[in-house]
Design a protein around this ligand. Structure first.
Ligand code: PFF
Length: 407
């Protein structure tokens, strides 16, 4: 007897947990700001309705069908759907891509956990100044030895802890592991996200700041429409890419989660509900927090250069600078990194589950063994990411697997 989601809410929150990830809070605001602001939302919603949601339904339907025939991974599912020798091999992409992404995703997730701890203990408050915060991150990542860190030891230890948390959830299985996590982590994530959004909307610019540093300037930076963007094919491509990324479609993961649905679980309603939760997290929370805060403190020009510096600079450097300049900054910084950590954790267990399902079903391993083996493989795969960060190993994987193989 295959495992099943025990409640409908659990299923919806698990699917939403998979979809709501670092992309909602870091990737989306950058894409919107760089691609026409408010006008970006027109191609974004067109792609959401025309490509994203239909694909989500399709993947849920295929997954539920495959699950009834005992398959929880795309290699098995594609084989029963399309009886062609190539089907199985095509389906292995739905296991391979999430596995490779997991080798670096869990590491980034562990930075969020570490920074939440640094924020709580006051360590981050000591380095929350321009200059220092950058050296702190580079020291933490082992890119340089400095007065903040002797080497990569702390980062490695937190990575191991994060990794073990992921394995503990997976060992619990679908209902007692992933579903239980979603039922607690997702409401907490929304609560934290709403608190941060309200705080950002009531920010006032630093005393020395000139004009152009208000909350409305921040919202305008992301949302003022530039209609020229509508004629730009690149913008449409960016919108389509963001939709696939944020809904986690095209990865094989929705198939896996849906394979644990009951035969009478509603594909349309489940898909729509989890997509709606994801869009709330993305457009309302993600579209307000990080970049608006950056504009209030650094102005539009500063925020632009921060956004161009990449998602990690925004998350691990600019946001702490902003949050620590507020009263109760430690609390808000803790909430920010907790938000990212919860978003990451509910996505990383999803990345690992297809491989676990393959090992359980196709190699008849017990769940513990399957989780152990999948964990060992991911752990080995993570080593070059951790030690080769300075050589761009993570960026290479993200490009070849996260972008090319995905397409
Ligand atoms: N949808 C996630 C995000 O927006 O961050 C990214 C992602 C996570 C995709 C997990 C796929 C996945 F399995």
């Amino acid at each position: 007897m295959r495992e099943r989601w025990t409640t409908r809410v659990g299923l919806i929150l698990a699917l939403a947990g998979n979809a709501v990830g670092l992309g909602n809070f870091l990737r989306f605001p950058r894409q919107a700001a760089e691609n026409g602001g408010g006008a970006f939302m027109i191609p974004y919603f067109v792609c959401l309705l025309a490509i994203g949601i239909p694909l989500l339904w399709l993947e849920c339907g295929m997954g539920r069908y495959g699950g009834r025939r005992g398959h929880g991974h795309t290699a098995g599912m594609f084989h029963v759907i399309w009886r062609h020798p190539a089907a199985k091999y095509l389906g292995t992409l739905g296991i391979f891509i999430p596995f490779v992404v997991a080798t670096y995703y869990v590491y980034v997730e562990s930075w969020c956990l570490a920074y939440a701890l640094f924020a709580t203990t006051g360590r981050l408050a000591e380095v929350a100044e321009p200059g220092k915060i950058q050296a702190f991150l580079a020291g933490y990542q082992g890119l340089e030895r400095n007065e903040h860190f002797e080497g990569i030891g702390v980062a490695y230890a937190v990575f191991v802890v994060t990794f073990l948390i992921n394995l503990a959830v997976l060992r619990g299985g679908i209902a007692r592991g992933i579903e239980r996590l979603a039922l607690t982590a997702m409401p907490l994530l929304f609560l934290v996200g709403i608190c941060l959004t309200l705080r950002v909307l009531t920010l006032s610019p630093p005393a020395e700041a000139g004009p152009g540093h208000g909350v409305l300037d921040g919202l305008g930076f992301i949302w003022n429409p530039d209609p020229r963007a509508l004629l730009d094919a690149g913008v449409w491509l960016a919108a389509a890419g963001q939709v696939l990324f944020t809904l986690s479609v095209g990865w094989g993961i929705v198939h896996t989660y849906a394979s644990y649905m009951r035969p009478d679980d509603d594909v349309v309603l489940t898909g729509l509900s989890s997509a709606s939760l994801n869009e709330f997290a993305e457009v309302i929370l993600g579209g307000t927090i990080a970049l608006t805060a950056a504009v209030v403190f650094f102005g539009v020009v500063g925020a632009k250069s921060i956004a161009a510096g990449g998602s990690f600079d925004l998350a691990f450097q600019s946001m702490p600078l902003v949050l620590f300049s507020l009263p109760a900054g430690g609390l808000f910084a803790t909430l920010w990194f907790l938000l990212l950590f919860l978003a990451g954790l509910t996505s990383s267990v999803a990345l690992l589950q297809p491989l676990v399902a393959l090992l359980e079903e196709s190699f008849s391993l017990t769940r513990d063994r399957a989780v152990g083996l999948a964990g060992a493989a991911t752990f080995v795969g993570a080593q070059p990411v951790i030690f080769g960060l300075g050589y761009g190993w993570m960026d290479q994987l993200d490009f070849w697997v996260g972008s090319m193989a995905l397409i």
